[in-house]
Design a binder for this molecule. Structure first.
Ligand SMILES: Nc1ncnc2c1ncn2[C@@H]1O[C@H](COP(=O)(O)OP(=O)(O)OP(=O)(O)O)[C@@H](O)[C@H]1O
Length: 318
C-alpha cells in the first residue's frame, strides 16, 4: 500500500489556483521531497494531506485512508512538523512534549519514555526543564520536530525542516531524519533548497505555481542542475554583438543578455571562464565583473518545462 496517493488535486482560494490538478504517490519507507519556490503550493499540499484544509476537488489518501472522508484514521499514524514553530514559549521543553503527546493520545508511561528518548536524540535533554522562550531558533525547531515524533509516526510531514537554521541544528535534524528513514518511516519534506532535496530524498517532485513540473530521482535532478550552471559576465565595451559571438564559443549551452551582463549556461563553468578571458583578450576588452551564481530554481524549472525565457536568448539546448 502506498503511504500517500494524490490524484487530481485542485485547491482554489477565490480566483487563485494554488494547486492545479496535481497527482503523485509516495511509497512506504520512501523519503519524498517537495521542492519549489515561495508560493508554489507546498504548504497547501501538506495542509490538505494532514486534513487541515479541504481540497476543492480531487482525492488524497494516507495509507489507504481518504483525508477528506476518513480524516481521523488518515491522521492516526502521521507526524506533522509545520514551518511555523508550534511550541509554547511559556512551557518547558518537557512540558511541550507532554502536551503534544497528550494531543496524540499517547499513554502516560509511553509518553515519558518517548520524551526522554527524543530529548536525547535532539540534544535538548540538558535543557528539558528550561522554558522555551530562551531557546534559539534551531533549538525550537528541534523541539518542534521532537513534538511531531511523539506518537512514533509511520509517516512524517516536515515543512522546511532546516530553513534558516544554524549548522549544528541542521546537522542534528538531518541525522534524525536519516535515522527515521533507516527505521522505515516515510518522510515527506518540503524545501526551497535544491541541495537539501538532493542529499536527503529518494525522489523529488518539483512544484511551481501549483503545477508539478517533474517527479524524479535526485540523480536526474542533478543532471538538470549541472546543465544550468551559469556564469555572469560584464565587459567594458558592448559595441560588439557579444550575444552572437559568445554563443559561438565551445561548451556553452545558452547565452542571455541580462541588463549590462551576459548570462551564460554551461556544464563546464571553469573551462568557460578560461575561454572568456581569451575572448576578452582577443577583442581587447576588459572584464568588469564575472560571477558563477549557483543554479537557481527558476533556471531548473525553465529547463524542465522547456519554457523560453523572456527577452533575447540564443538557445542551443540539447
Ligand atoms: N489561506 C489562503 N488564502 C488565500 N491564498 C492562500 C492561502 N494559503 C495559501 N494561499 C496562496 O496559495 C499559493 C500557494 O501557497 P503555499 O503556502 O502553499 O506555498 P508554499 O510553496 O508553501 O510557499 P512557501 O515556500 O512560501 O511556504 C500562494 O499564492 C499563496 O499566497
Amino acid at each position: 500500500m502506498k503511504a500517500i496517493e494524490v490524484s487530481h488535486l485542485i485547491k482554489k482560494f477565490g480566483s487563485l489556483t494554488a494547486l492545479n490538478d496535481i497527482s503523485f504517490s509516495v511509497g512506504e519507507g520512501e523519503t519524498f521531497g517537495f521542492l519549489g519556490p515561495n508560493g508554489a503550493g507546498k504548504t497547501t499540499t501538506i495542509r490538505i494531506l494532514t486534513g487541515v484544509s479541504r481540497p476543492t476537488s480531487g482525492t488524497a489518501t494516507i495509507f489507504g485512508h481518504d483525508v477528506k472522508h476518513d480524516t481521523i484514521a488518515a491522521r492516526q499514524s502521521v507526524g506533522i512538523v509545520s514551518e511555523n514553530s508550534n511550541v509554547y514559549d511559556d512551557l518547558t521543553a518537557w512540558q511541550n512534549l507532554m502536551f503534544s503527546a497528550e494531543l496524540y493520545h499517547v499513554g502516560r508511561k509511553e509518553r515519558e519514555k518517548k520524551a526522554n528518548e527524543l530529548l536525547r536524540k535532539f540534544e535538548l535533554y540538558e535543557r528539558r526543564n528550561d522554558k522555551v522562550q530562551g531557546f534559539s531558533k534551531g533549538m525550537k525547531r528541534r523541539l518542534t520536530l521532537a513534538m511531531g515524533m511523539v506518537n512514533s509516526p509511520r509517516l512524517i510531514f516536515l515543512d522546511e525542516p532546516t530553513s534558516g537554521l544554524d549548522v549544528q541544528s541542521n546537522l542534528i535534524i538531518r541525522e534524525v531524519i536519516s535515522g527515521l528513514v533507516r527505521e522505515g518511516v516515510t518522510v515527506f519534506l518540503t524545501t526551497h533548497n535544491i541541495e537539501e532535496a538532493n542529499v536527503m530524498c529518494d525522489r523529488v517532485a518539483i512544484i511551481n505555481k501549483g503545477n508539478i513540473v517533474a517527479v524524479d530521482t535526485p540523480e536526474s535532478l542533478k543532471r538538470t542542475i549541472r546543465s544550468v550552471q551559469s556564469i555572469e559576465v560584464a565587459f567594458d565595451n558592448n559595441s560588439i554583438d557579444h550575444l552572437e559571438e559568445l554563443s559561438r564559443l565551445p561548451m556553452i549551452n545558452e547565452v542571455h543578455k541580462a541588463g549590462d551582463k551576459f548570462k551564460i549556461f554551461t556544464e563546464l563553468p571553469s573551462e568557460v571562464i578560461d575561454a572568456l578571458v581569451v575572448y576578452a583578450h582577443s577583442y581587447n576588452l576588459k572584464i568588469l565583473s564575472i560571477a558563477t551564481p549557483g543554479p537557481s530554481l527558476e533556471d531548473v524549472f525553465v529547463r524542465l518545462t522547456g519554457l523560453q525565457r523572456a527577452g533575447d536568448g540564443i538557445h542551443a539546448i540539447d
